[in-house]
Write a protein that binds this ligand. Structure first.
Ligand code: AMP
Length: 381
């Protein structure tokens, strides 16, 4: 019988999950999202919405009472509350996994304990421990908030002794960790999935280019050697082997100068660097996530055509209503998220540029360069 799906969070990821669910109506009859913003992106494509904070206990219980399965599009849900409603709805990925992943220190400790490579790190509970750690790691090093950090907002790169106090004060009383700086060659990621029966599949390695700590562009496949791609794929599936629960996970990694791979962080959800799969692959990461949590056989993760995903971000220096963006180009698939207001660097949409037969990643990159001007948000006067 078709199930009712609950999603904590109804932003663009919830929107694209809802769209995937609509194509699987024999398995999912309805989607209800919990999101604090009225008319959130998912609600615009047919999800029902409970308007409430992601961590609001009563609303999570209310959601659990109405659905068969709960999943999430953000990692900041309250894992203890989710654990307490496990008797009302199936929850995937599991609240235990969410709890481990939500805290970067617990996440990295977990990976390290399973012999999965991560940068060197330590927990720091006062400024003296930060100073001690810096003696060991040298400069630069990263002071990181352990929780509730995203798009680089929870990191402070300490370049010299003079910055220690500023960095420490920046986080005002939050739980922290210190991490050795990795002078990486490239940032890459693997979208990995595991279904409730334990089947594991990974998509090919992709390359991620960030601006202002926000993902700007994903190049699929990554411009690395086969050896590096294989190594990353192996690390991703080893990670899936040890993580409990089902779903799609975004595994962000660094390629070091000597072509080693270390994991930067894991997102227990569909991931921005997997948006290319909407056009580049037979099974999108959104369908894959639903297949995983429903216990269906996972779909093909083969890359059919090289594809570049480019994020449409709100222009810096302006907040307000903006004109709809339109770009016409063969093989370009624009997806806007229905957000009314643009804010600096807000994720408003993305497009996928798919290679035509014989077209190389380099040719796609050149094309993207000529299209960038068209994706600036323009104020409605
Ligand atoms: P995070 O929010 O931890 O994913 O970090 C955001 C960005 O900061 C990453 O995409 C990297 O560009 C950079 N970063 C994080 N950790 C490190 C590290 N240990 N060494 C070098 N760069 C890092």
């Amino acid at each position: 019988m078709a199930k009712i799906l609950g999603i904590i969070g109804g932003g663009q990821l919830g929107m694209m999950l809802t769209e995937a669910a609509k194509n699987m109506s024999e398995h999912i009859s309805k989607v209800i999202v919990l999101d604090p913003n009225e008319n959130c992106s998912a609600s615009l494509v047919g999800a029902e919405q409970i308007v409430a904070d992601f961590k609001d206990k009563d609303s999570i219980i209310n959601l659990a009472n109405q659905v068969d399965i709960i999943t999430y599009e953000i990692e900041s849900g309250d894992s203890d509350v989710l654990k307490s409603v496990e008797n009302k709805a199936e929850i995937n990925p599991s609240p235990e996994t969410l709890k481990t992943i939500q805290d970067k220190f617990l996440q990295k400790t977990f990976l390290q304990n399973h012999n999965i490579p991560v940068p060197e790190f330590i927990k720091v509970e006062n400024i003296d421990e930060v100073k001690e750690g810096l003696k060991k790691y040298g400069y630069p090093a990263l002071l990181k908030a352990r929780r509730d950090a995203y798009d680089g907002k929870g990191n402070f790169k300490i370049d010299s002794e003079n910055e220690i106090q500023t960095a420490y004060d920046y986080f005002k009383g939050q739980k922290l960790m210190l991490e050795k700086f990795v002078p990486f060659k490239m940032e890459v990621s693997v979208i990995a999935s595991r279904n409730t029966k334990g089947e594991i599949k990974t998509y090919p390695l992709v390359e991620n280019i960030h601006e202002h700590n926000i993902l700007r562009e994903t190049i699929a496949p990554a411009r690395t050697s086969d050896d590096v791609s294989k190594k990353a794929g192996k690390i991703a599936s080893d990670t899936m082997d040890v993580l409990k629960g089902a779903g799609v996970f975004g595994i962000e990694m660094f390629v070091t100068q000597d072509d080693e791979i270390v994991i930067n962080e894991i997102a227990p959800r569909v991931h921005n660097s997997g948006h290319h799969t909407l056009q580049s692959s037979k099974t999108s990461q959104f369908e894959q996530h639903l297949r995983a949590i429903l216990g269906l056989e996972l779909g093909s993760t083969k890359l059919i055509s090289p594809t570049i995903m480019y994020n449409v971000l709100g222009s810096v220096g302006f907040e307000g209503e903006y004109r709809p963006i339109s770009i016409l180009e063969p093989n370009l698939f624009l997806k806007m998220y229905g957000k009314k207001i643009s804010k600096p660097l807000r994720k408003l949409g993305h497009f996928n540029l798919v290679a035509k037969k014989g077209e190389s990643v380099e040719q796609l990159l050149e094309k993207i360069n000529s299209l960038k001007e068209n994706v600036k948000t323009i104020r409605i006067e």
